[in-house]
Design a protein around this ligand. Structure first.
Ligand code: NAI
Ligand SMILES: C[C@H](O)[C@@H]1OC(=O)[C@H](O)[C@@H]1O
Length: 255
């Protein structure tokens, strides 16, 4: 297999499970040393690092809640201390506590904004500052969502954060292009992870969501591995400000 990220240092937020974990392990499989951020799941973080090391790469887990701006500078500083540089930053951490619109609790709305969007802003800023200091460019990838483009009845607090991430990548692509830093997003469809375990425990809902996908199945976390590695790699050297749907065709499936 051609390794696409040989010699690179990759940072991934929220990588103790799900899509972030798949991205981190995928980056290691492609030759990168990988630092992961995690919030609470120590066992998940340790096992992700163990998998990275099993692939012959260096791994590091740094604890921190991304809604706190200091987590961003700490994560980047710890990664640089361990690996000397940051080449790729993947903003993945996110929450989606499904809830109806009319009685959305203020704290659920604010927490979702703070984790998904404010956290991303400060993380991307910290990673970009490090890349600018290094002077040899870099790649930033945001795990946005198909929900950046379409709504969800129980996701009125969530979909604006995903549209915000998509927009953040477009604006940072402009702000950082002169430094050779590329900024793109992936837009996953429905991927089977902890974030939607309760929602999809309802068989009828799960069958409905599966039925919307032309490729005939819901996604798995490692379906994101290739698209994220590609955008991180030099194969995508002229790709910036772009977004890549990874949804089995769900978005285009009107009827
Ligand atoms: N699963 C899906 O269908 C889709 C997921 N996404 C996005 O993918 C990203 C990853 O989610 P999944 O892997 O699906 O779910 P997940 O629940 O397995 O992963 C979310 C990760 O974010 C971490 N996290 C949550 N709050 C955090 C905080 N305050 N600080 C640091 N880390 C925190 C969690 O610990 C977890 O590791 C999220 O941004 C989500 O919005 C986007 C589209 C579809
Ligand atoms: C959590 C949801 O299942 C998931 O999140 C998204 O961003 C997609 O829209 C899916 O609905």
């Amino acid at each position: 297999m051609t390794k696409l990220l040989e010699g690179k240092t990759v940072l991934v937020t929220g990588a103790s499970a799900g899509i972030g974990r798949a991205a981190a392990i995928g980056a290691a499989r492609h030759g990168a040393d990988v630092a992961i951020n995690f919030s609470r799941d120590v066992a998940g973080a340790e096992s992700a690092v163990a998998e990275i090391e099993k692939l012959g790469q260096r791994g590091l887990a740094v604890k921190g809640d991304v809604s706190d701006p200091e987590t961003a500078t700490d994560f980047v500083a710890r990664a640089v201390e361990a690996f000397g540089k940051v080449d790729v930053f993947v903003n993945n951490a996110g929450i989606c506590p499904f809830h109806a619109f009319l009685d959305m609790p203020v704290e659920t709305f604010e927490r979702t904004m703070r984790v998904n969007l404010h956290g991303a802003y400060f993380m991307v800023q910290a990673a970009a500052n490090q890349m600018v200091k290094q002077g040899h460019g870099g790649a930033i990838i945001a795990v946005s969502s198909i929900s950046a483009l379409v709504g969800g009845e129980y996701q009125t607090h969530y979909t604006p954060t995903k549209a915000g991430l998509h927009s953040l990548m477009q604006s940072t692509a402009i702000a950082l292009g002169r430094y050779g830093i590329r900024c793109n997003s992936v837009l996953p469809g429905t991927i089977l992870t902890d974030i939607n375990k309760d929602d999809l425990a309802d068989d009828e809902k799960r069958r409905y969501m599966e039925g919307r996908v032309p490729l005939g199945r819901l996604g798995q976390p490692d379906d994101l591995e290739g698209p994220i590695v590609f955008l991180a790699s030099d194969l995508a050297r002229y790709v910036t400000g772009a977004s890549l749907l990874v949804d089995g065709g769900a978005f285009v499936n009107l009827q």
